[in-house]
Structure formats: C-alpha cells, structure tokens
Design a protein around this ligand. Structure first.
Ligand SMILES: [Zn+2]
Length: 488
C-alpha cells in the first residue's frame, strides 16, 4: 500500500530505492561522539535524525542492527594526525584519568540523548574496547600492500591505493587538486605522501593512552576504529553508514579506503549525511560566541536565548527541517516549534474524545498516504509533519461538527497518528500522564481547604497548605480563587 522507501545516497549523489542486502534486515552504522566534552547540539541533531531513520526502518518492519560508536581514544585535535589526543589533552587539563573524562562525557551524552527521547543503539562499541580488531585490520592492510611502518607508526598509502581505486569517490573531490593543495608534510616527515593518514600512531613517552602492538606501544588512528567496529558487528558490507557531513572529506573517505584495502569491499551501500546547524543564519561556533549546549537550550541559560525550550520542543524543531538542510536556530523559530508541537499534541489528545457518526466524511487513505509518501521520500520529516497537521486540521473540523468520522475510522486514525507521532517521530508528552488526575485530586483538596476556611477552621486550612508545601505543592490564594503550582 505504501510507496517504496527512497534514500539520498551521498556515495552516488542520487536518490535511490532502498533495498537491504538481506531481505528483512538492515545494518546501520553511525559515527558517534568523541567523549571529551559536553554533547553539542550539532551532534544531537545528527543523532535525532538517525533516531527517526532507525525508528522508521523498524516501523516498515525491518529488523535493524544499529551500531553507534563512542570514540574514547585516538581522535587527535586535527583530522590530519596532528596535535594531541583530544581525551588525553582534556585529562591533563583537568588532572583526571582519561577514563574519568570518558565516563563523565559519555554519561552527559547519554543524558542528552535520553532527554531528546532517542532510542539507544543496538550496539554502542568503544574504540578502546576494540584495539585488537584495529591491530588486526592494520596488519591485513599492510599485508595487502596499502600501508607501511615508519618508526613505530603505520600509515595508509593513499597514492598507492588511488592507483587502482577511486580514493575520493565519496567527496567527489579531484585527487590531483587535493594532492597539490594539501600543505607540505610539515613535521610529518614520516609520511610518504601528503594525503597518507595514520592507522597506528607511536605513543610518545608522555602519552597516557597506549597499547602494545607489533609496532611497539601506540594507539590507533581515529578513522580505523569505525572500519574495525562496523566490520566486526555488521560485516564487511552493510546497508547504511551515516554521520555529519563534515565527516565526508576525511573520516568517511578514509574509512572506505581502509575497508577496500583490507577486504576489497566498500563497506556501506548507502551513505547518509546530516547537515550543519546555524544560529540566526551564522554557522554555530565557539569562536563566534553563538554556540550553546543542549542543557543551555533546555534551561534558557544563555545570552542568545529568550527562554528555555523543552527537549521535545527542540526535537520537534529539529524535525521541521530535513536532515540534509541546514537547521537555523532562532528564538522565533523555536517558539513557533513549541506552539506547533502543542497544537499537534492537543489534537492527538482530542481525537479519542471526538463524537463519532455513522459516516466518515474525511479522506482517511489520502491523509495517511501523504505521511508515508513524505517519509519514504528520503525521510522527509518536515513534509511528514505538514501532512500530520492536515490530519490535525481534520480532527479539529470533526470536533467542530464540520466533518465526521465513524467509530472504526476513529480507532484507525487514533492508532495511526499515535504511531507516527510517538513511535516514528519519537515525540512524547512532556507532562506526566497523571497530570489530569493530579489536577482532579488537587481540586478536591482545595475544596476541602475552602470548606475549612468557610467554617473558620483556620488551623485546618493552614495545615493543609503547609502539608501540601512539604510534599511539593505551593498554593496561592487570590480574589479569583486558589491556584497551585508543583515545585521542582
Ligand atoms: Zn566514524
């Protein structure tokens, strides 16, 4: 009944019909965070995008193995194998063990992911947990003639690889131009070619995170971990590989080269890349002072933010842009998303209570089909949300008596909109499901207190007030009556 799923494949720069390698199963690898700092919003957006992709693939009936790694070693400050290991550097700065840094920021990352209601991946492997696999892969690439050792470090020979392979297949860049434009091997004399990259890096004596290898004490290069871990958990060919688009020119380009040099197989058939974030039209960056963390966005505790936005408002806001478009943060856009989400949730809550008729006047099939068509068109969430708002409009018309729905269709529509909103888009009601009951209970308590006051039993009314306060409810008397707030 539904149209087929089509995905924009960065590798071919075409939108292609998706069919998995093995019928019914999907293997998906997404490059996870380097845990040396608080989770940032760009990452959050990427992982929310892949969360919807994961959820939708499962909704279509696929059994999905979703692997998203944690980089806890090997990621140097520059992608060109220069500078210090990001985690070691932070550990020195904060006078902590590297694994304390890893633990702290992994927890932070997971907290943000949970607040944003993303499902955990099926496997979340770490680089340090796969040193042996990375050493084995390096050995195989060397045995196949595409890597060489110099003074305890092992480098991938890009020029040799490029003689028989298309090294820039993913980026589409011109290799000769890259070779000419890449700066001299300044301080990296060990490398034979300017584009060569490290598979294994010899550890300097002061380097904290190091492991024994056939080439001496060292640590793996960042690109290698994703090749080794995707290979281990998804095989040397799998369906989808994803990440932020900033990973295309170096990290993902090198991953493909490593896999081809090791097993003669290109790892993923579909490459999916998410676009960047901007703030008021400018690239989000620390140096411009316009970058804020997810926690700051939720609390509103940042000079650029007029107020805080709930995690679901932020998630809904993110989904209102297609994952391949830039996403521009502004107070106006966030406030509009907050209102939009409220309108959607109101209709979801209203639908079960609308009156039914004998006949259904709305076109159920068309309304549902347009949501599927949008999601099947490269997971186009903004169009899918627009299609859901068309359903919202119809729910409101039914409620106003201007359209009608029969009992069976109401049940089907309720199930459909709940599935799309909660299971596929991954939104959730932020007020607890008990809010209504609490409200009813509080009205009862306040009536009792008013009755106590009316009979001038102030001791009882004060006691009710004080006891409510001690369990977290503050009440306020005014001319209009008594209201309460739940203290956090
Ligand atoms: Zn990666």
């Amino acid at each position: 009944m539904n149209s087929e799923l089509r995905i924009y494949n960065s590798l071919t720069r075409n939108t292609e019909t998706f069919t998995p390698l093995h019928a019914g199963y999907v293997g998906m690898y997404v490059c996870g965070p380097t845990v040396y700092n608080n989770a940032h919003l760009g990452n959050a957006r990427t992982f929310v995008s892949f969360d919807v992709i994961y959820r939708y693939l499962m909704h279509l009936g696929y059994k999905v193995r979703y692997v998203r790694n944690i980089t806890d070693a090997g990621h140097l400050e520059s992608d060109a194998d220069e500078g210090e290991d990001k985690i070691s550097k932070k550990a020195k700065l904060e006078q902590l063990e590297p694994m304390e840094i890893v633990q702290r920021y992994t927890i932070d990352f997971h907290e943000v992911m949970q607040l944003m209601n993303t499902l955990p991946p099926s496997i979340e492997p770490t680089a340090t947990g796969h040193i042996i696999e990375q050493i084995e892969m390096t050995k195989q690439i060397m045995a196949n003639g595409y890597a060489y050792e110099v003074n305890g470090s092992v480098y991938f020979d890009v020029e040799k690889f490029a003689q028989t392979n298309n090294y820039t297949i993913l980026s589409g860049r011109n290799l000769d131009e890259l070779l000419n434009n890449t700066r001299e091997l300044d301080g990296q004399e060990e490398k034979k070619g300017r584009l060569d990259f490290a598979l294994w890096i010899k550890a300097k004596p002061e380097h904290i995170m190091k492991w024994p290898s056939p080439w001496g004490l060292g640590f793996p290069g960042w690109h290698l971990e994703c090749s080794a871990m995707s290979n281990k958990y998804l095989g040397n060919e799998f369906d989808i590989h994803g990440g932020g688009m900033d990973l295309i020119p170096t990290h993902h380009t090198n991953e493909i080269a490593q896999n081809l040099a090791c097993s003669h197989k290109s790892p993923a058939r579909f490459w999916i890349h998410t676009n960047m974030l901007t703030v008021n039209g400018q690239k989000m960056s620390k140096s411009l002072g316009n970058s804020f963390l997810p926690h700051e966005l939720f609390s509103g505790n940042h000079p650029l933010l007029q107020k805080g936005y709930s995690p679901m408002s932020v998630r809904f806001f993110m989904l209102q842009a297609h994952y391949r478009s830039t996403l521009d943060f502004s107070n106006e856009a966030l406030q509009a998303a907050e209102k939009g989400l409220q309108r959607l949730m109101n209709a979801v809550n209203l639908l079960p209570s609308v009156k039914t008729s004998v006949q259904t006047s709305i076109n159920m099939a068309t309304l549902k089909q347009s949501v599927y068509e949008a999601l099947n068109d490269d997971f186009n969430t903004p169009i899918a949300i627009a299609a859901l708002f068309e359903i919202v409009r119809n729910i409101n018309l039914i409620n106003d008596g201007k359209e009608s729905i029969n009992e069976a269709d109401k049940t089907a529509l309720t199930q459909f909109i709940n599935t799309m909103v909660f299971d596929v888009l991954g939104l959730k009601t932020e007020q607890s499901a008990n809010t209504g009951k609490i409200d009813g209970l509080m009205q009862l308590v306040l009536e009792q207190r008013n009755a106590a006051k009316a009979r001038k039993d102030y001791a009882a009314s004060d006691e009710i007030r004080d006891k409510l306060k001690s369990i977290g409810f503050e009440i306020k008397d005014s001319k209009e009556g008594t209201t309460y707030t739940i203290l956090n």
